[in-house]
Design a protein around this ligand. Structure first.
Ligand SMILES: NC(=O)c1ccc[n+]([C@@H]2O[C@H](COP(=O)([O-])OP(=O)(O)OC[C@H]3O[C@@H](n4cnc5c(N)ncnc54)[C@H](OP(=O)(O)O)[C@@H]3O)[C@@H](O)[C@H]2O)c1
Length: 352
């Protein structure tokens, strides 16, 4: 099927026709759809870049709560683009962004309308203006495309735990893109990090990024190492995306009354020693960006999104450079490439 950026009249879109747990590329097709028109309160955004995140892969496998639309639907949980057109009477709504929020403005969605089956893996998306956020000039298009899923989650999880400056924060899968952003954001706030990985090759790299301590879960006893590092105080809180037998080290490594935030589905179940729950009042809770953002009063939500963009502009929250860029037409290759790669290599982006 032909696909060209010169084909200005169409909206080339990746659609998913069926979920497939074993092969997330199995239901993907490229189709040409009409360019949608924005109504009052909406803007038409031409998307420039979208990263392929683990959550997109979960979505194509039918395992993501935020993407359960009627199929076929357009996947893609995040990206960045430029405003192409604003719906009638939107001008007044845009005033809240002060000057410059108009045709040509670079924007990110928070969130994009992916839950409704109109995700970012298409050239044009209509978005409610209230869900658009301007990109600061210091942030590149590639970095901005990764604003929503990881940086907002980093800010959200730290906001929930409230670790004071000088305390220790423990995290697992620290070499992931999100884990690297936790390291730099925590450092900026004066919080020290204990970072768990499963291969020694990540240790030096994470220390160069500002990690205070890096532990290989295949070589050391996490609880003992945390006790030693913190002088017996244990970590203020912990972030863990990985289930399975080693997950029980995290509740045992936080202080009495401390919290472990579980934020992914890798491994399916986490273990919590009953003695930590009963004797030490440890809390183990989930974190999902969508639920967290919906729980915030609008002025706090706006403040947190602004803080996230400011942290990106100041390079505190800076994703590693993309590891590859593919046009939409090569979406199957791009998804397979993203599945093979480890986080520290940087995201695979869909371009154009
Ligand atoms: N709850 C939320 O709102 C939210 C928001 C954003 C992201 N997330 C989740 O956060 C996680 C990280 O996202 P990302 O974009 O930073 O991903 P990423 O860069 O692709 O990193 C994935 C990480 O998971 C580790 N991993 C994968 N399979 C594993 C396994 N079986 N056992 C142990 N470790 C394993 C990888 O370690 P190796 O390099 O050693 O393979 C790597 O550290 C993802 O699972 C994502 O879904 C959740």
């Amino acid at each position: 099927m032909a696909y060209s950026s010169e084909d200005a009249k169409g909206n080339w879109a990746v659609i998913v026709t069926k979920f497939d747990r074993d092969d997330p590329t199995a239901g993907l097709e490229l189709v040409k759809r009409p360019i949608p028109s924005p109504k009052a309160g909406e803007a038409l955004v031409r998307i420039l870049y979208r990263p392929i995140n683990p959550s997109d892969i979960f979505a194509l496998q039918g395992q993501y709560a935020g993407f359960q639309p009627q199929l076929p639907a357009v996947p893609g949980l995040e990206g960045m683009g430029v405003i192409e057109e604003v719906g009638a009477s939107v001008r007044a709504v845009l005033a809240r962004f002060t000057q410059g929020m108009k045709q040509g403005q670079r924007v990110v969605g928070a969130p994009w309308p992916s839950a409704e089956g109109e995700g970012t893996w298409q050239q044009y998306v209509v978005v409610k203006v209230d869900n658009l956020f301007p990109v600061r000039s210091e942030v590149s298009n590639e970095d901005a495309s990764q604003f929503f899923v990881n940086p907002c989650t980093v800010v959200g999880m730290v906001h929930e735990l409230q670790p004071p400056a000088g305390s220790w924060l423990l995290q697992n899968a620290a070499n992931s893109v999100l884990g690297q952003e936790i390291i730099t954001y925590a450092k900026h706030l004066g919080i020290k990090t204990i970072n768990v990985v499963r291969q020694n090759e990540y240790i030096n790299e994470l220390k160069q990024k500002g990690a205070d301590v890096v532990l290989n879960s295949n070589e050391v006893d996490i609880v003992q190492e945390v006790r030693k590092t913190t002088g017996g105080k244990m970590a203020w809180g912990a972030l863990n995306p990985i289930g399975g037998p080693k997950s029980k080290a995290f509740p045992s490594s936080v202080r009495t009354h401390g919290t472990v935030e579980v934020y992914s589905l890798i491994g399916e179940e986490v273990l919590v020693p009953m003695s930590d729950l009963v004797w030490r009042d440890i809390h183990v809770k989930g974190f999902w960006l969508n639920v967290w953002l919906d729980s915030l009063p609008s002025h706090v939500r706006e403040k947190k999104l602004k803080e996230t963009m400011d942290m990106m502009a100041e390079k505190v929250l800076a994703p590693p450079p993309p590891s590859a860029k593919y046009p939409l037409v090569d979406v199957k290759k791009a998804v397979s490439d993203a599945q093979r790669k480890s986080g520290r290599e940087g995201k695979v982006l869909l371009e154009g």
